[in-house]
Design a protein around this ligand. Structure first.
Ligand code: TA6
Length: 290
């Protein structure tokens, strides 16, 4: 299957017309087009990337699937003091490494993060970070791999796939989250609450970190169309949408953009991963168009 690389992006295409577009900046997937299994329709865009997103590497992309590493959210630990929200993986240029699979099943490429001197000056801990992205007929897989090369020190980090699922917010819901404990980041002190809804919508602003999450989610909307999300290696899932009032204040979110996506973000967001010397960690999500 064709893999087209340029200095700034990688594009994978599938014989059924599916495609995925990856910026080397942040290893950010900015587009995934795929047909539904249910109908014989043409491939449609399944992710949301704001029309006002910066795609020139000047700031993290508003949309697609930004990679959050080595921490989630604002800086809370001294070793991250010189870094910005959600860490550096999403706002540094990655390197195209190789095509790791090319078969009838799909096509996979590996990107690697090689910290620049500037990053190393801000973040001293040694680590190796790679990312394998696989396009299949109706599926997109994002797989993060972290190695701790140290012989003595534990490497402590968070990671999350900040996935903007394209959806009509007025009609869409996320299941199953009922009964899960979540951190409500919309309330002072970020209290923990228990989800009582069978189906969670984001018609009101949402910023919720669900803990001990099941790892299988469905974003569905009228007519039974849906995106299935299967995650492994991530114990949490974040549900986020800024809503109109906050969305209007975001310079890279187009007018009305807040009505066009639900962020469903598998990750290690409420806890830290302590990777012993010489060990590795994997986290992935598989998105499937039903
Ligand atoms: O994943 C949810 C969240 O942490 C929200 O609190 C909000 O900050 C969102 O990420 C977007 O963050 P960004 O730095 O991309 O504007």
């Amino acid at each position: 299957m064709p893999v087209n690389t340029t200095d700034s992006k990688v594009v994978l295409t599938h014989p059924n017309g599916s495609s995925v577009e990856i910026l080397l900046y942040g290893a950010t997937i900015i587009s995934w087009k795929a047909p539904s299994k249910l109908d014989a329709g043409p491939p449609a865009e399944r992710l949301y990337t704001s029309a006002k997103a910066f795609l020139d590497g000047s700031k993290p992309v508003r949309g697609g699937i930004p990679v959050v590493f080595p921490f989630f959210g604002p800086v809370t630990r001294p070793e991250h003091a010189q870094l910005s929200q959600h860490g550096f993986a999403r706002n540094e240029v990655w390197k195209f490494d190789s095509v790791v699979l090319d078969s009838e099943a799909g096509v996979s490429v590996r990107l690697v993060f090689e910290p620049s001197a500037a990053v190393q000056a801000k973040f001293a801990a040694p680590f190796k970070l790679s990312y394998v992205i696989t396009l299949a007929a109706h599926q997109l897989t994002s797989h993060l791999h972290v190695d701790n090369p140290s012989e003595t020190n534990t490497f402590t980090f968070q990671a999350l796939l900040h996935t903007y699922i394209r959806a009509n917010v007025a009609l869409s819901t996320v299941t199953p989250l009922k009964g899960l404990t979540y951190i409500n980041k919309l309330k002072p002190g970020f209290p923990e609450e228990v989800e009582e809804r069978e189906a969670v919508d984001v018609r009101e602003p949402a910023d919720y970190v669900y803990k001990s999450a099941p790892g299988e989610y469905e974003v569905s909307w009228g007519g039974g169309l849906a995106i299935e999300i299967k995650a492994s290696g991530f114990n949490d899932v974040v549900i986020w949408n800024p809503g109109k009032e906050s969305g209007q204040k975001m310079s890279d979110l187009e007018d009305g953009g807040w009505d066009l996506f639900i962020c469903v973000e598998p990750g290690a967001a409420s806890y830290w991963i302590d990777l012993p010397p010489g060990k590795s960690w994997d986290g992935q999500q598989v998105l499937t168009v039903i």
